[in-house]
Ligand binder design. Structure first.
Ligand SMILES: C[C@@H]1O[C@H](OP(=O)(O)OP(=O)(O)OC[C@H]2O[C@@H](n3ccc(=O)[nH]c3=O)[C@H](O)[C@@H]2O)[C@H](O)[C@H](O)[C@H]1O
Length: 469
């Protein structure tokens, strides 16, 4: 009897009510909270109960994304203070990137709280990403552990497989190599990605390197789950399965259906002043803090473009408010055509507004999926390693976006950003037509209404199959 038949038999015999409880325990960053919560919504639609463990201060920003509060319950954790962290720090948004090591140590120190909760709620499965000690808890408490990766399969295949260990002191030439059997010649190391990938050898919580933590999480867990699909990353998915010798469950893009319906009036009203597809929207996720001069240069690029723009970026380094960072006379010059906003915006809903025609993004994995779901042209300015890999997937592998050219030191000039925006916003340009046509074709495949449903169905089928072994 094949696996699917066995699972079907098991499902017929067992009351699904007995094995449909999943606990979620993501890394303490919104780029992880949000994908885990989107998956929670999809599982709840299939009748699953979800217990979601997270720092207590993160819950308010996430509650609005919880579409099934009767089935998805939050379990707030107290994040212990670790020396070096600002008092009360709980998520990546509270601390600069270099302090994520200490934040991850704090996550490890929630182990007793997590164990106490799991011992009481008795989930059938726990989905996690950086808490490499969850599989051991699973063997002790009797649940199946699944490492749910919220970055692309290409990024994991390139930098987080046993075939090529990332350690301190590797030469540039070594870092420019791809692991044995790696399945791509377009998504490959490049100097700025190598510079970022070196951080994988650095400590990331409790003395472990990021590489060791993330590879151990995959090696120890009962299965790996990826927020992606064959149509987007097929060869990388197969490579991951071969490297780790265990089931790889695919969730698909896992995005909520039409987000525009919930757009708040203030955004809708302002955006609706402009003609369809004319507004440039820029956001760089929940973690990036730019240097003040780079922040100002980006604003000057949007002014130079002459297009209406909405910029949602955190205040740059050294500025506590966005107003402090805006260049002299800028607001007077751009008048009602530009809006610079220094706090959280409803990004997916803004991308769904008909006036928005271009998304300037750092290519974080969630922003990447939201860009592909939208009808916007895509301009990419990646910062962290996996964002560069995501960028190569979109630009080199699928040719659906353009990347901003950087100076040698990583500087983004107003001229180069303006050039990239114009290349996709000038409908007469060949680049604009090619990326637009490729994007529509890819969107048709990735967001075909039955595709997401079939991915979640097979995801739950494969989850249940873990209970048989
Ligand atoms: C896996 C990890 O995710 C991280 O998260 P980050 O927040 O930077 O970016 P996204 O993944 O786009 O996630 C950001 C999420 O926040 C939403 N959002 C953001 C800003 C805002 O003002 N309003 C919003 O609604 C956005 O819509 C998206 O859903 C990094 O990429 C990191 O490289 C990657 O390893």
């Amino acid at each position: 009897m094949g696996l699917n038949e066995k699972v079907c038999k098991k499902l017929e015999m067992a009351d699904p009510k007995n094995s449909n409880h999943v606990a979620m325990f993501p890394w303490f960053g919104f780029g992880h909270f949000i994908p885990f919560l989107h998956l929670s919504n999809k599982l709840a639609e299939k009748g699953y109960k979800v217990s979601y463990l997270l720092p207590k201060g993160a819950q308010p920003k996430l509650s609005q994304l919880n579409q099934h509060p009767n089935l998805i319950h939050f379990f707030p954790l107290v994040v212990p203070h670790v020396e070096g962290l600002p008092p009360g720090a709980e998520t990546c948004s509270d601390v600069p990137y270099p302090l994520h090591d200490q934040l991850c140590t704090a996550l490890d120190l929630t182990r007793d709280q997590v164990k106490a909760i799991l011992a009481v709620i008795k989930p059938n499965f726990v989905l996690f990403d950086v808490a490499y000690w969850i599989p051991a808890l699973g063997r002790e408490l009797g649940f199946k552990s699944v490492m749910y990766a919220t970055v692309c399969a290409a990024g994991h295949s390139l930098r987080l497989v046993p075939a090529m260990k990332i350690v301190k002191g590797m030469s540039f030439e070594e870092m420019m190599q791809t692991p044995p059997g790696y399945p791509s010649s377009t998504v490959v190391p490049r100097p700025d990605e190598v510079a970022q990938a070196r951080s994988l050898a650095e400590e990331f919580g409790s003395g472990l390197s990021k590489y060791d933590r993330l590879v151990t999480s995959k090696e120890e867990s009962d299965a790996i789950a990826l927020r992606t699909c064959r149509e987007f990353e097929g060869p990388f998915i197969d490579y991951m399965a071969q490297q780790f010798g265990k089931p790889v469950l695919l969730a698909g893009p896992v995005l909520p259906e039409d987000p525009l319906s919930q757009l708040e009036e203030k955004w809708h009203k302002w955006l609706s002043k402009f003609e369809a597809g004319s507004v440039v929207f820029c956001a760089f996720g929940s973690q990036i803090k730019l240097k003040k001069n780079q922040f100002q240069e980006l604003l000057l690029a949007f002014e130079l473009s002459g297009l209406p723009f909405l910029v949602a970026l955190a205040p740059p380094e050294g500025c506590s408010t966005i107003e402090e960072a805006i260049p002299e006379g800028f607001e007077k010059r751009v008048q009602a055509k530009g809006w610079v906003y220094g706090d959280w915006v409803p990004q997916p809903q803004i991308l769904g507004h008909p006036s928005v025609g271009c998304f300037v993004s750092h290519c974080g994995f969630s922003s990447m999926w939201e860009a592909l779901q939208s009808d916007c042209q895509i301009v990419l300015a990646p910062h962290l390693g996996d964002q560069i890999v995501n960028t190569m997937l979109l630009v080199k592998e699928h040719n659906v976006a353009v990347e901003v050219e950087r100076e040698g030191n990583g500087w983004i000039s107003k001229e180069n950003l303006n050039k990239a925006i114009k290349s996709v916003m000038d409908n007469s340009s060949e680049v604009a037509q090619v990326v637009k046509s490729n994007r529509y074709k890819l969107k048709k495949v990735l967001f075909d209404e039955n595709m997401q449903e079939s991915y979640i169905d097979s995801f739950t089928m494969n989850l249940q199959a873990l209970l048989i072994n």
